[in-house]
Write a protein that binds this ligand. Sequence first.
Ligand code: BGP
Length: 474
Amino acid sequence: AWFFPQGGIKVKEYHFPKDFWWGSASSATQMEGAANKDGKGKNIWDYWYEIEPNRFFHKIGPSETSQFYERYKEDIALMKELGHNSFRFSISWSRLIPTGDGEVNLKAVQFYNQVLEELRKHGIEPFVNLYHFDMPFEMQEKGGWESREVVKAYVNYAEKCFDLFGDRVNKWFTHNEPIVPVENQYLYGHHYPALCDFQKCVQAGFHSILASALAIRAYHKKNLGGQIGIILNLTPSYPRSQHPADVEAATIADAFFNRSFLDPSVKGTFPSELVDVLKKEGFMPHIEESDLEVIKENTVDLLGINYYQPRRVKAKENLFNPNAPFMPERYFEYYDMPGKKMNLYRGWEIYEKGIYDILLNVKENYGNIECFISENGMGVENESRFLNEDGMIEDHYRIEFYEEHLRWVHKAIQEGVNVKGYHVWTFLDNWSWLNAYKNRYGLVSVDLDNDFQRTVKKSGYWFKQLATTGVITQ
Ligand code: BGP
């Protein structure tokens, strides 16, 4: 719709559906803090920080993060104030079951019950994720996702969550970005135990997909009436050119990084392009008899899509060293596209249309499954440089970032994509793994030097306006 405000300048309005989910996403390790409090067990992050604090930006570890554990009431009230009708958080596996498998920690049950109660009081729908990069340390000692015993323990944990909270939670997610911990733990060395072993990576990836399918099966059996899905980071792969070799490079990158998890989660099958490479290179995972059937029969009810940036690739130009450990990058090269738009404050490309391309792909190739944008956001280093005289961060760049993406989401809705909501990453500035507090993403800033004080950014007020009206303009 167009309207002509005073002055006669033509303004276009983008109206989102009335029942659209507006909110933000978070994760336990990044937001709760209280890592050693009230009986929480250690996860791999607590452990890694203990033995190698130097790996973390400014040596800040996961013990405090943004203190949501203590301040959830204040924070949830502020979410409401800023227009949220939904909020995604994750349950910390090692808080609920300190060793990963065994006794439940009653203090954790109490905490998550209180969070749910507070959300209910404010009319905010909980979107609950079961796993966000935070393997309990004891489970990692048993092999983490490489081990079937850990898959079993995860399913027990998932069932515990459904039993404890399933009467109040109607949107569950088995994993957030399952490819990320797997590739970072076993291939690229960014998460503990920081290995570089493609075989282990494939096995761990396969097990996390199996674990997801088993948790979906367990949830559906309980007939609790809600939905269960998965959250995937999708990075559309664009070829440098339409030359067949470039296109092939993009196809294989897509199979490795997107379809590896998207196909089994939504269709229950694996992409043949990926299976062919794994067979050819001798990296097929160990698969037990009923595994493929379990994956086939237990697909997701809904899909969360995290989008930050695309992947630009070209055909391999440099020969690889056959003695170097195998990497998917043997099949393509990254392409530094001239003139691409960059987030100058974080070093990531900004390509807003990517969000639309993903949504159209979901519509055309994945049965138009119900989906929502589960993360989208702009990280900024040294954000305090944008503080104004009143102590508020004037993050106009972030507002622009969100609006540009939302216009593409709007176009996708108009074209019939079944997209039901938009969650920003994230509500509060939070601790981000090895980057700790380097890149800030929040609608609300957190002052680490001043008792973690919260101050709404300009984007927070912008979000409130958006969420309460469901309209953006241009
Ligand atoms: C996503 C993760 C989040 C968060 C975000 C920002 O992939 O789901 O947990 O970390 O990326 O990442 P960073 O802080 O490294 O910029």
